[in-house]
Write a protein that binds this ligand. Sequence first.
Ligand code: PMP
Length: 744
Amino acid sequence: MDIAALLLPYDLTVSTVSRLDGYASINYKLTTAEGTFVLKHYQDPSEYDLIRAEDLLLSQVKHLVAFAVPGAAFPLQKLEDGTFTRVIPFIKGQLLADANRSDALLFNLGGCIARLHLAWQEMRSAPVEARKLFWDMEYTLLNLPKMGFITDPRDRKLVHYFYDLFAHHILPRQNGLRHSLLHGDLNDNNILVEGDLVTGFIDFGDLTYSPLIYEVAIALAYIILAEPEQPFEKAAHVLKGFHQQVPLTREEVQLLYYLIPARLCVSVCNSAEAKSRGVDTEYILISERPAWNFLQRWISINPLWLNHFFCQQLGLPFEFPDIDQLLAQRTRLAGKSLGLSYTSPIYLTGGAFQYLYDQTGNTYLDAYNNIPQVGHAHPRTVQCLSNQVRTLNTNTRYLYLEWVRCAEMLTERLPTQLCKVFFVNSGSAASDVAIRMARLHTERHSIAILEHGYHGNSISGIDISSYKFDGKGGPGKPDHIISLPLPNLYRGKFSNAQAYVDDAIQTLSHEIGQGNYPAAFIAEPISGCGGQVPLPPGYLPQLQAFLEQHRVLTILDEVQTGFGRLGSHYWGFEMQGVVPDILVLGKPMGNGHPVAAVVTTEAIADSFANGMEFFSSFGGNPVSCAVASEVMAIISDEGLQENAKVVGAYLLDKLRALQSLHPQIGDVRGQGLFIGVEFVNLEGHPHARLAEEVKEAMKARFILLGTDGPDQNVIKIKPPLCFNTANATHLVEQLGQVLRELNP
Ligand code: PMP
């Protein structure tokens, strides 16, 4: 409809008309003899009652506040086609988006938001209250299906995570929160300012009746977006201004951590949906890029830190959890063999992706924990676990889909001969089953192992783990164990793979010559406890050829190396170009949920079926299987193996560059995101103290690492696979600083 027709019902002497941006209506700016106005042409007839209600509320409220709001200038006009128009005064002023956001201005903004609430505190509006709007934070989760429009699975993960937090922390409290009429979209393009003063709020198109704190959260979200340098300090001014007029409760303040990102998730979901429809207007996409940066950054903010900061700014009480009390309780209850890392232990209260949060609000970059393979609190694993627990959890004596799906996904990722799957709940249980299988299949008892290896904490696990039986408190090597040197090319008996192969064959031949035939040889493709020592190329193929000749099975323990961590390969054995007879899996398989597995050939599985049933109460239950399947799917969907390859190679490069500056870094080795940095003194001997000091100093810089190796002089880096290049850069920069400080 042309503008002249739209203007007919209004008694205005119009001189100029120009189009304005608009979302729910087509907007025109009118310059007239009577003043400047905005004509809004609403396309959806069903909105009439709502817009009339908005008009009514604004015309009442405009007399009660010291800043301008677009109260009605004329009655609404219905057109023949059901569409309708509305003329409101044009409010002049500078957009907050374009203004210098001084502290005083932000404080005043908070005050004005509170004043708006106070002004319409007594007012109610049935059409507004009945409204179900995607942008009303009360209906945040209506936007959840729109996540499907987000094309990058890593972005989708972020949004999913924050929606999940909303569902978990906000929804159950929502009805109990104090409600109010809200502007609903106090972003910095809807706020007009002059100097340090707020002169008006515009665009009440998202007017809702919702929890009051949502109004504050929305305003803060946009302030934080606009102020990446000092986001929280700036936000605090708004909060303080509000709190002075309308005191907030501690509970309301504590919800902000979840509400602020939820708002931006709604924004990016709607942008994604609009993009999928081919709508690509700048107006809709205006806040997308900073919003993504913001969401990524929010993950690294400990909720306790933000809660404490805001409470402190408002003078509200706040107490951090007490570490001393917890430590004392644990010490009372735990045996002394239960260890704690670091000279002063870390009390963890949460975590997300590659970050962990402690009880005083710190955030640690987790470069050490390889169990949460796809990241701490991955929303898909969280959802999968809770869905499956809710649906069915039973044992393998019944048929259910999840077992089959998981076994299928696992075997699809393995060579065809590894086709029989046995689920258990720990790497220890898996290595134990693997040993039993090998013994039954070969009818032999001895096991060949590599020095410094670790395979489990059960009796048989300790028996086959030189790391334990040769270590502190260990009973020494059992008679039925044949120990072979770890083929460590940097520090070991020999400096090439061939010499290690020859040595192993010689030892094994000697044992066999004495009638001591081993059932199996067990090793890790990269020895974790041995200090991140990769088996040198060619080692396993040659050794396995010998083992096969003598009917000795190869068991590979991929508890640490499996599931894409090595980047170049999904499994460590692929690096060596061999296929084990039995594969032991665990740790990352359930992203922290206890699920592990043994996979073997049909012939070995048949030998294992000697009449004794294999049963594990929890092993292979629907929940474990569902989450393990989900982990494999996430690794594929998010390209985490590729990420491990790219980020791992980058990290290795950076570490090697650091090595060239510091002779104390004797060796940098590993593959993908499974890396070891070996510390030595100037004579090249293991320098355990330095490794320990580095680990402690990195903790003080909020980066988690571990030490290991027979001499405890190797720093282990094995983060969740979502670790990114920025994290890697930060790690190496901090490590460099630590080394400079420790060795001036
Ligand atoms: N094998 C290897 C290589 C391991 O690293 C571990 C655990 N560190 C295990 C087996 C034992 O697994 P779990 O602790 O789940 O029993």
